[in-house]
Design a protein around this ligand. Structure first.
Ligand code: PLP
Length: 429
């Protein structure tokens, strides 16, 4: 399988190069050259297969022969080694819990898959790779955890100072070894802009920089599997399936929409955002106009210029009217998020985290006009990651898992970065 750059279709590379380079030389995201639907028999027999075996069938065509079969199987077994439960919430509403991995957020899957691919690609040469990653909260922890102790890989995480939760910060700043944390005076979008700039900076060529954000295909593609796992459980409801994803950088939902192109019968996707509403506004008025990033209680979605939205547009040949048939996007305030968390907790004692709650709201809004559907929203993080917010909203204590408490008690190690020049100096030292 080859990948082309979204800013220059002539530039094509294989999976290995796409992973190692992250983005094309011109700054374009990589996109698969061929999307071949899976046979109908695969979908009808889904419930006879376990998750790793489903993931193998879904992912293998995208990897091609850059990884030997047994190696890919091994990587997939390790990546998908935890549960992905579908939990009923209310009539016709379910949630898919994606937080059972080591850092309690859905990004563990992409981070684990990518780190293992990279370890394989680096296994023989002594090439040293530096992973540069911007995080709005959860990516950094997942990537740091996924790459901890991996040979020939250094990880440098950029995060916006004061804008991540204490648990998220501990997950980035207490690991040591090959992981370094840079605390940036600015927003997530500022962190992401610095990372993109570093990739195109010829002075840093010798550093073999690569990204572990969802712009990297090895982070992005494995997320497709969640949607197959959910469909396996929900296919018997006999009603059209609508899926709502709490969205920030639009990688997760983009992967779901790629899964639909492979034939997965999901009728409609809802991208639920917090106050960072660039995409909902775009669907309304056709003008794509990011504003300054707004801080919200669902901080991992505080993104105003979502990198992956271009991939979703590409899936629909950049035709907005076609896209709107399969895709809606709504924005919700922190007040609406709090009320949703309270009401679900009171009604059914289910504790949603602020991100999952935004997803729930998106689904509810759609359900109001389409009563005869099965609705699924993604619970993208464990509520304990947002302990302060959740406890104060619900007036209900949460237990911190022991492994997290140990991490929180370790000293924080991070370096303050104020601008791109300081990042560059740090990388060159
Ligand atoms: C990253 C993240 C999101 C947003 O996912 P995208 O793929 O960036 O849209 C939502 N919820 C949580 C908890 C996250 O960490």
């Amino acid at each position: 399988m080859n990948y082309y750059s979204l800013t220059n279709k002539q530039h094509r590379v294989g999976f290995r190069e796409a992973v190692l380079q992250s983005i094309g030389p011109d700054g374009g995201l990589y996109f698969p050259e061929k999307i071949t639907p899976l046979p109908g028999s695969f979908f009808t027999a889904l419930n006879k297969r376990d998750n790793p075996s489903i993931a193998y069938t879904v992912l293998a065509p995208f990897i091609g022969d850059t990884l030997p079969e047994n190696e890919l199987q091994q990587i997939i077994n390790e990546t998908f080694s935890f549960d992905f439960p579908v939990v009923p919430i209310e009539k016709d509403i379910y949630t898919l819990e994606l937080f059972h991995g080591p850092t309690l957020a859905f990004k563990d899957v992409g981070a684990r898959f990518m780190s293992r691919c990279l370890a394989y690609f680096n296994r023989e040469n002594n090439r040293k790779t530096t992973i540069l990653v911007a995080t709005s909260g959860d990516t950094g922890g997942a990537v740091a955890n996924g790459f901890l102790g991996i040979k020939n890989v250094d990880v440098v995480v950029l995060y916006p100072k004061g804008k991540v939760s204490p648990i998220q910060e501990a997950q980035l700043t207490t690991l040591g070894q090959n992981i370094s944390a840079l605390e940036v005076q600015g927003s997530f979008d500022d962190c992401q802009a610095m990372v993109k700039k570093a990739f195109q900076d010829s002075d840093l060529k010798t550093k073999n920089l690569t990204s572990a954000n969802s712009i990297n295909v090895a982070r992005w593609l494995p997320q497709m599997c969640y949607f197959f796992f959910a469909y396996k459980v929900l296919q018997d409801t006999g009603k059209p399936l609508y899926v709502s994803c709490p969205s920030g950088n639009f990688g997760n939902i983009g992967a779901g929409m790629l899964a639909k192109k492979l034939g997965l019968p999901i009728a409609h996707f809802i991208a639920a955002t917090n106050a960072n509403d660039t995409v909902p506004r775009y669907l309304d008025n056709g003008i794509y106009q990011p504003k300054a990033t707004i801080c919200t209680v669902s901080n991992a979605m505080d993104v105003s210029d979502p990198s992956n939205f271009i991939r979703i547009q590409e899936l629909y040949a950049r035709d907005l009217n076609q896209l709107k048939k399969d895709f809606s996007s709504y924005t919700f305030s922190d007040t609406e998020t709090r009320i949703a968390m309270e009401s679900v907790f009171q009604k059914v004692q289910y504790i949603m985290d602020p991100h999952g709650a935004v997803g729930y709201l998106g689904l509810q809004k759609k359900l109001a006009h389409n009563p005869d559907i099965t609705g699924l929203f993604l619970e993208t993080a464990h509520p304990v990651k947002f302990l302060g917010t959740v406890q104060s909203y619900l007036n209900h204590g949460l237990l911190i898992p022991e492994s997290l408490q140990e991490m929180m008690d370790k000293p924080k190690q991070s370096i303050l970065i104020r601008n791109y020049e300081e990042l560059k100096d740090y990388l060159r030292q």
